[in-house]
Design a protein around this ligand. Structure first.
Ligand code: ADP
Length: 192
C-alpha cells in the first residue's frame, strides 16, 4: 500500500495535484473538505455540525473529523492505498490516522507539503471563489483566518511526520505539470 499525505495551506493546489496522483498511482483520494461539503449539500447531521466551523474558516472538531475519515477509509478495503488531502490537520488527527493505518498493517509512505506564500494563496482562493460557490473562498477575512489556523494548528503536523523522517517540502509555485513531476519524484524515491 502507498499512503500519501498531500499537505499545504489552503489554496496551495492539493486538490489539483491529488487528482493527478490518483491517476498515476491508482490510489483512493480522500479530501475531508470535499466530504464535509458533500454532507452539507445533503443537509445531513454531520453536514449541519460542520457548517458553522467551515463558514468561519475554523477547524471542525477532531472527533467529528476523525470519525468521518475512519468511515471513509473502511469503505475501501480493496484500496491500493490512499491519498489524504486536507487531513490530518491537527496532531490528534495525525495520531488517529497512524493508529488506523497500523490496525490495517500499513503506514504513511510520505507527507508532501506544497509551499506557497500568503499573498499568492489569497490571490488563488479569490480567483477560485468566483466559480467555486464556496462562501469561505469569497471573504478575505475568512481566507486570512484559514491561513492563520493552518499556521497555528496544522503546520505542527509537518514536524510530527518529520520526526518519522517522512516529511518533504515542495515548491508549489510553477506550472501544474512541473509541480506534479516534483511530487512524483518524491513518491518514487521513498522506498515502500
Ligand atoms: P482548503 O484547504 O482550501 O481550506 P478544504 O476543502 O480542505 O479547503 O477545507 C475547507 C474547510 O473544511 C476547512 O476550513 C475546515 O473548516 C473544514 N475541514 C476540512 N478538513 C478538515 C480537517 N481535517 N479537520 C478539521 N476541519 C476540516
Amino acid at each position: 500500500m502507498i499512503n500519501l499525505i498531500l499537505f499545504g495551506p489552503p489554496g496551495s493546489g492539493k486538490g489539483t495535484q491529488a487528482a493527478r496522483l490518483v491517476e498515476k498511482y491508482r490510489l483512493v483520494h480522500i479530501s475531508t473538505g470535499d466530504l464535509f461539503r458533500y454532507e452539507m449539500s445533503n443537509d445531513t447531521p454531520l453536514g449541519q455540525q460542520a457548517k458553522a466551523y467551515m463558514a468561519k474558516g475554523e477547524l471542525v472538531p477532531d472527533e467529528v473529523t476523525i470519525g468521518m475519515l475512519r468511515n471513509k477509509v473502511e469503505k475501501h478495503p480493496e484500496a491500493n492505498g490512499f491519498i489524504f488531502d486536507g487531513f490530518p490537520r491537527t496532531i490528534p488527527q495525525a495520531q488517529a490516522l497512524d493508529k488506523l493505518l497500523e490496525e490495517k498493517g500499513t503506514d504513511i509512505h510520505c507527507l508532501m507539503a506544497l509551499q506557497v506564500d500568503d499573498d499568492e494563496i489569497v490571490h488563488r482562493i479569490k480567483l477560485r471563489g468566483a466559480t467555486s460557490g464556496r462562501p469561505d473562498d469569497n471573504d478575505e477575512t475568512i481566507i486570512r483566518n484559514r491561513i492563520a489556523v493552518y499556521k497555528n494548528e496544522t503546520a505542527p503536523v509537518y514536524d510530527y511526520y518529520a520526526e518519522q523522517s517522512k516529511s518533504h517540502s515542495i515548491n508549489g509555485i510553477g506550472e501544474i505539470d512541473e509541480i506534479f513531476d516534483r511530487l512524483a519524484a518524491i513518491v518514487d524515491s521513498v522506498p515502500a
